[in-house]
Design a protein around this ligand. Structure first.
Ligand code: ADP
Length: 455
C-alpha cells in the first residue's frame, strides 16, 4: 500500500471514529432528553386532569368524552386516579385500560411518591398527589409517537450525514495526502532520470526547511560524493592505462627497431636491458595496483594481529635494501621501549610493510646521497614514526597533491615511480586508524610523520 493511501485511510479512519463517537453522544443525549421531557409532560397532564376533577369539579364524563373524541386517543395521555386504598376514582379510558394498575403498584407509588416505567411501548408515570389534606395516586401513560419520530429522524440524518461525511473526508484526505506527498513524487521523478552518465544532475532542494528538502539536500550531497568518486575512478583508470601504455609502447618500439635488421651483440644486449627495465616497471605497477586493491578491501576482510612496529620497520628496511643495495636506511629509537605495548598496534603486517617501504624508498630515491632514517617515539597513547630525509623536498603547491593517486612531482622524470606509492601508503595508514602528515622544505628534506594509537 502506498504511503498516500495509508495516510488517507488513517486520516479517514480517525475522523470516522470521532464522527461516530460524536453521533452516538448526540443520539443518546437526545434520546435521554426525549424520555425525561415526556415523563414531565405525562406528570403535568396527570396533575392538570386531577385538578380539573378535584378542584374545578369537572364531571368525569366530560373528561372521558374529551379523551374519547380526541383524534388519536392511543397517543394521548391516559390518566387514572385512585385513592391510596386502590379505589378507582377516575379513569380516562373506560373501554381500553392501558396501564394495568395493581395494588402492589399503588403501594409502590405511595412509598416512593413517584415512579416511572414503560408499559410495552408506552411511557408511564405514577405520582402521589396531595389535595385538600388527602392523598391520591395518579397514573398517566401514553406513547410518545412524535418524540420517537424525531428520534428516528435524527438517527437517519446522523447515519446519512456520517456516510456522506466519510466519503467527503476520504476525498479530502486523498487530496491532502497527494498534496503533502507531491514533493516526494517530484523527487522520485527527478531521481529517476539520474544515471551514471548524468551524475552532474541534482534534485531541487525545495524550501530548504522541511524533511523533504532535507532528504533532497542529503541526496544531493550523496550525488556529489558519488560524482567525485566516479570522476576519481575514471581518472584512475585513464592514469593506469597511461602508465601501462608508456612502458609497453617503449618496449614494443625498441623490439621492433631491433628486429628490423641484423644488429651487433652490444645492440641486442642494450635492447634486452631496456626491455627488462620496462618489464620491471610494469611488474612494480601491477604489484602496487594489487596492494592498492588489498588496501581498498572492506576493513573486516583484512586480518589484523597484534604487531610490533619496529619489527615491521626492520623487515621493510631489509626488503628495500635488498632491492636497492645503494640505499642507506637507519632506524632510531628515540626512547627506551619500556613496554611492548607502546610499540605494538593491531595491524596487517604485510600492508604495513608496503606502506613503510614506500616511505623509505621515497626518502632515499629523492635524496642524494640515497639516505633516509626512521625515528620511533611514543607519548601518551600514541606511537610516532618519523620518516626523514635530507633530499630535494616538496614545494608548497605540490604538498597538497602528493597523496592523490598517480600524482608525481615535477622531479618525476629524474626518478623511477608510478605515483601510486603515497596514495597507497595513506590508505594503509588510515586502514590502521592512523594518521599521516608531511612537512617539507624544498632543498633541505622531507619528514613524513605517521601516528598510530598503540595497544
Ligand atoms: P612516486 O614515488 O612513484 O613518484 P609517490 O606516490 O610515492 O609516487 O609520491 C608522489 C610524489 O610525491 C612523488 O612523485 C614526489 O614528487 C613526492 N614525494 C614523495 N616522497 C618524497 C620525498 N621523500 N621527498 C621529496 N618528494 C617526495
Amino acid at each position: 500500500m502506498t504511503i498516500r493511501n495509508k495516510l488517507t485511510f488513517l486520516f479517514s479512519g480517525v475522523i470516522a471514529v470521532l464522527l461516530l463517537a460524536f453521533a452516538f453522544v448526540i443520539y443518546f443525549s437526545f434520546s435521554e432528553n426525549r424520555e425525561t421531557e415526556y415523563y414531565n409532560s405525562l406528570r403535568h397532564t396527570a396533575i392538570i386532569k386531577a385538578n380539573l376533577l378535584l378542584d374545578a369539579k369537572v364531571q368525569p364524563g366530560v373528561l372521558q368524552l374529551i379523551y374519547k373524541n380526541s383524534p388519536n386517543s392511543f397517543f394521548q395521555e391516559e390518566v387514572a386516579i385512585y385513592d391510596t386504598s386502590f379505589h378507582l376514582l377516575y379513569h380516562d379510558a373506560v373501554e381500553i385500560d392501558k396501564v394495568k394498575e395493581t395494588r402492589q403498584m399503588i403501594d409502590e407509588i405511595v412509598a416512593k411518591k413517584q415512579i416511572k416505567f414503560y408499559q410495552g411501548q408506552m411511557q408511564a408515570v405514577g405520582i402521589l398527589y396531595h389535595h385538600n389534606h388527602k392523598d391520591y395516586v395518579i397514573t398517566s401513560a401514553a406513547n410518545d409517537q412524535s418524540g420517537y419520530a424525531k428520534l428516528r429522524n435524527l438517527r437517519y440524518t446522523l447515519i446519512i450525514s456520517f456516510f456522506v461525511a466519510i466519503v467527503l473526508i476520504y476525498m479530502a484526505g486523498h487530496v491532502f495526502a497527494s498534496k503533502a506527498l507531491q514533493p516526494v513524487s517530484d523527487l522520485i521523478d527527478e531521481v529517476d532520470i539520474i544515471t551514471a552518465t548524468n551524475l552532474d544532475l541534482r534534485v531541487h532542494e525545495g524550501n530548504g526547511k522541511d524533511e523533504i528538502a532535507e532528504l533532497a539536500v542529503t541526496f544531493n550531497a550523496m550525488l556529489n560524493r558519488l560524482e567525485q568518486s566516479f570522476d576519481a575512478q575514471k581518472e584512475f583508470v585513464s592514469n593506469i592505462s597511461h602508465e601501462l601504455r608508456t612502458p609497453i609502447t617503449a618496449m614494443l618500439t625498441e623490439l621492433q627497431v631491433t628486429v628490423e635488421k641484423e644488429r651487433s651483440n652490444e645492440f641486442y644486449k642494450e635492447a634486452i636491458h631496456h626491455a627488462i627495465s620496462d618489464t620491471q616497471k610494469l611488474v612494480r605497477l601491477s604489484n602496487s595496483l594489487l596492494d592498492l586493491a588489498k588496501a581498498n578491501y572492506d576493513h573486516t576482510e583484512i586480518s589484523f594481529r597484534d604487531t610490533r612496529l619496529d619489527e615491521v620497520l626492520l623487515d621493510a628496511r631489509n626488503d628495500v635494501m635488498h632491492d636497492h643495495p645503494d640505499y642507506r636506511i637507519s632506524i632510531i629509537f628515540e626512547q627506551e621501549i619500556e613496554d611492548d605495548n607502546f610499540i605494538s598496534i593491531s595491524a596487517n603486517a604485510y600492508l604495513l610493510k608496503v606502506a613503510f617501504m614506500n616511505l623509505m624508498e621515497n626518502g632515499c630515491k629523492f635524496s642524494d646521497p640515497k639516505e633516509a632514517s626512521v625515528a620511533i617515539s611514543y607519548f601518551q597513547n600514541k606511537t610516532l614514526l618519523r620518516f626523514q630525509d635530507q633530499g630535494i623536498g616538496i614545494s608548497e603547491e605540490e604538498i597538497s597533491k602528493i597523496f592523490n593517486p598517480f600524482y608525481r612531482g615535477g622531479d618525476k622524470k629524474l626518478v623511477a615511480g608510478n605515483g601510486i606509492g603515497l596514495s597507497l601508503t595513506k590508505k594503509i595508514v588510515e586502514l590502521h586508524q592512523g594518521n599521516i602528515a608531511v612537512s617539507s622544505r624544498p632543498g633541505s628534506g622531507t619528514t613524513f610523520t605517521v601516528e598510530f594509537l598503540h595497544l
